[in-house]
Every structure is written in C-alpha cells, then in structure tokens.
Ligand binder design. Structure first.
Ligand SMILES: [Zn+2]
Length: 455
C-alpha cells in the first residue's frame, strides 16, 4: 500500500516508488511462491487469487503482468532457533545478504525484524513453535518491497546482536539474531530509547493528507479484507485454509460485482497478501471520504466453546452485544500485535478517538446498513442465530464513515468452511451485499439531484 511506510532507518534504501505494476508483480510472485508453504496462501486459494487478479487487471486498464523471476528477491530457505531461557539465537538462511533492522515491542513482548522483500520458502509449520526465549514466529509481506519477521518471545528480551554473515562456499548468507533475557524495567527503557531513535530517524508519516479530491460524484465504498502478511487471521482445522486468503478472495469478488454496476467507486485497503495496521485501514477510508466501509472477516470458535455457525454483521459499540462478540473484537483487535506494528509510528489521530466521539449520525447509518444487510443476506445464506451484533472493533472507529464488519462464517465449522470455499456460495453472498448497498444508497444516489451523495 503506497504511503504505508512504517519501515525506517536501515530500510531507507528500499524502493519506495513502487508502481502498481511492480506491486502486482510482487503479488503474483508472493502467491505463486507460497503455494504449498504451510503458513501462507495455499492450494486452491492461491490459484483462485491469482486468477482473480488476472481478471481484475483489464478492468482497471492494466495488462496482466507475468510473475517476476524467482531470483528477483532473496529467498529465505531455513530458520533455526537454538539456546535456552537466558540466551537464544535465531538464524535465517538467505540466498543473499540483505539490509535489516530489528526492534522490540511490548505487550505482548515481541522482536520484529524488517527486511527488504524476501521470498519465504520455509518448511510448512515453520514458526509454529520455538525454543528458549522464542515462543513462535511469523513472517510475510508488510508492503510492496518490505518483508517482516515477527517473533513472539516468552519474556522481556534485549537484542544483543543482529548481523548478516556473508555466504561462503557451501554455506548460505545468514541473518543472526542473538536475544538475551532482561527484566521488564530494562526492556521498557531500551524500548523508549529505541523508539525515539527510530522516530528521529524517519520522516513523519503523511498523517493528515487532505482527502483525495475527485470530481466523480459517485459514492466511495471501501472494502477491507481483514488481516494479511504475517497476520493470517483465523485458521481452519488442519491449518490449510487461512482467513486472510478467504476474505481477500471474497472481497475481490465483491469489488468486481459492485464496480460492474457503475454506481460506485470501490477501493480496497489491500489487494494482495500484505499486512496493514488497523488504524491505517481506518485512515485509508477517511482520507478518501468514503461513504461506506465494509470490513470482511471469517470467525473461528475453539472446539471447547461449541460449534457456532453462520454469518454475522457487526457495528461499533462501547459495550459488546454478547460475550462472543466481545471475544471476537478482542481477537480482531490483536491483528496489530500479530503483524508487529511499531507503536512509535502509530498515529494518534485515530487511535485516540473515543467511542463516544464517534458521531451519532455515522452510527445511525452504520446500523441502518447492517440491518439492511442482514435482511438481504438471510434470504440466501445461513446467518448466525443472532446475526446483528456489536463490539469495540478498532477498524470500525471512523467517526465520519459508516462502517460495518461482516463475519462471513466460521472457519471452525465444517459446513461454513465448505461454503466459504465454494464459488457458488461466494457469488450468492456477494450478490446479497450488492443488493444491500443498492438499498442503502438508493435515496441518496437517485434522490438529491446535486450529485453529492454523502449520507
Ligand atoms: Zn478476522
């Protein structure tokens, strides 16, 4: 996502001026190289996603792009962890040396390594568990040209050393990260110095960019596929199907269906397997003066808690409508921790907005759309027994953009998962959302004659 530059320091040599074309290429590359790898887009979704992008390209006036040759990016071939509860070393084998930057984050304790774009060709289930101070780790794309490894650690740590070693005959280039256990006070001190250095070293993010001006009077709708990159979202039993791929597939279809009507301008917060912080998604919609924000997710319920089923529509509220809604909001709000957001770069404008500052009018419109959506969806797809729910989702906090979060179903439920993976079901479900959007905008698009369709 252009503008989503939260890598800094050592990464200043990254190619920031990436074009859409380059991004698409990178995306093809990413999907292709990851099919079969355990932690990312796999199997049919990887392929379906590639086809979807190829189809979408002509509509946007851009010719389909061939995947970049595999050697375009350095390849991470193995990650090893050794050591104990006091000192732990993590080693990444790479086909060539890269620039890197490591930093720590608190609550939960994490170590983040930022790299230029790397192709991760690691064995399945790499990172599901660790050793010593390393509990687990994730990896993936966080922007075109930038990859990230997020390491969950068992306690406060200090980065003792982080280096790149040259390749030698028969030995690949290696990234070596040495971690040592420290107490929380030491950790927090380092964190403060660290983040000040980072903030000083980087130029401020474009926070208050003026809304994107346009003479196009059609309403802007932002579709927000949840998760991405190192943040996989919910995982279906067996680990093969991940929420981030399922929702991107669905959101892309929904975009195409809405665009086809010609009545709306549709933008997506992500069109590839990239991590985007929650605040960035909110800001994305606000900057475009969006008149509707639809975040697309799929839920998961631990087996011990039963077997929930069906789609739910969520709106923002201070108090959750039910305990499961509260649990879900908490899980979805954890996305930033999973993707390793660097809090020193967090903008305060949106993060500080309190619920009660959200304009009442916006909330009314959010509810109205959610209700319409439930009405349309119930005719075609299975809904949760209480489909209209609310909780404190960070991604729904725009004070001026009517926002809903659609949980398409539960990947933990067999029938729901089958539906989510079926093109027929996805078409039906997308069709009902298009209908609800038409109903929502009908009085404004057709009615006021001023070409200004703001709700
Ligand atoms: Zn989700």
């Amino acid at each position: 996502m252009p503008g989503l530059v939260f890598l800094g320091g050592a990464n200043s040599s990254l190619p920031h001026a990436t074009t859409l074309r380059a991004q698409r290429t990178a995306n093809h590359q990413f999907l292709r190289e990851h099919s079969g790898a355990g932690r990312s887009v796999t199997g049919r979704f990887g392929h379906v996603a590639i086809i979807a992008f190829a189809l979408a390209a002509p509509a946007a006036g851009i010719a389909p792009v061939r995947a970049a040759p595999p050697e375009a990016f350095p390849v991470a071939t193995e990650i090893r962890v050794g050591g104990d509860d006091n000192q732990t070393r993590l080693v990444v084998d790479l086909t060539r040396k890269v620039e890197l930057r490591a930093f720590t984050l608190a609550d939960p304790y994490r170590v983040v390594i930022d790299l230029p774009q790397v192709t991760f060709a690691l064995p399945a289930k790499s990172g599901d568990s660790g050793r010593g101070l390393v509990k687990a780790y994730r990896y993936g794309l966080v922007m075109a040209g930038g990859s990230r490894i997020v390491i969950d650690v068992t306690k406060p740590v200090r980065v003792d050393k982080v280096t790149m070693l040259d390749a030698a005959p028969g030995v690949p280039a290696r990234l070596v990260l040495d971690l040592a256990a420290v107490d929380r006070a030491t950790f927090m001190r380092t964190l403060a110095i660290d983040s000040k250095a980072r903030t000083d070293a980087i130029k401020p993010a474009p926070r208050d960019v003026a809304p994107v001006a346009s003479t196009d009077p059609r309403p802007v709708i932002v579709i927000d596929p949840g998760h991405g990159g190192p943040d996989t979202g919910a995982k279906a039993p067996g680990g093969e199907h991940e929420e981030k791929a399922i929702v991107l597939e669905f959101a892309t279809l929904l975009r195409d269906r809405l665009e086809k009507s010609g009545k709306y301008r549709i933008v997506m917060t992500r069109t590839d397997d990239t991590f985007i912080p929650l605040d960035e998604r909110v800001r994305f919609a606000r900057q475009r003066a969006a008149q509707l924000f639809i975040s697309v997710h799929a839920d998961w319920l631990p087996r011990a808690e039963g077997d929930a089923q069906g789609a739910s529509i969520y709106t923002l509220s201070e108090t959750a409508s039910d305990p499961n809604a509260a649990r879900l909001a908490e899980a979805e709000n954890r996305a930033d921790a999973v993707g390793g957001v660097d809090l020193s770069r967090e903008p305060s404008d949106v993060a500080d907005i309190l619920f009660d500052l959200a304009q009442r009018e916006t909330r009314t419109y959010s509810h109205q759309f959610a209700k319409t959506l439930v009405g349309e969806m119930k005719s075609a797809v299975r809904l949760h027994q209480h489909p209209l729910r609310s909780a404190g989702f960070k991604v729904l906090r725009s004070p001026d953009v009517p926002s809903v979060l659609v949980e398409l179903g539960y990947v933990s439920n067999k029938e729901d998962l089958k539906a989510l993976l079926s093109a027929e079901w996805r078409n039906k479900a997308a069709g009902t959302i298009v209908k609800a959007v038409d109903v929502f905008f009908a009085p404004r698009v057709a009615g006021n004659g001023e070409g200004k369709a703001r709700p």
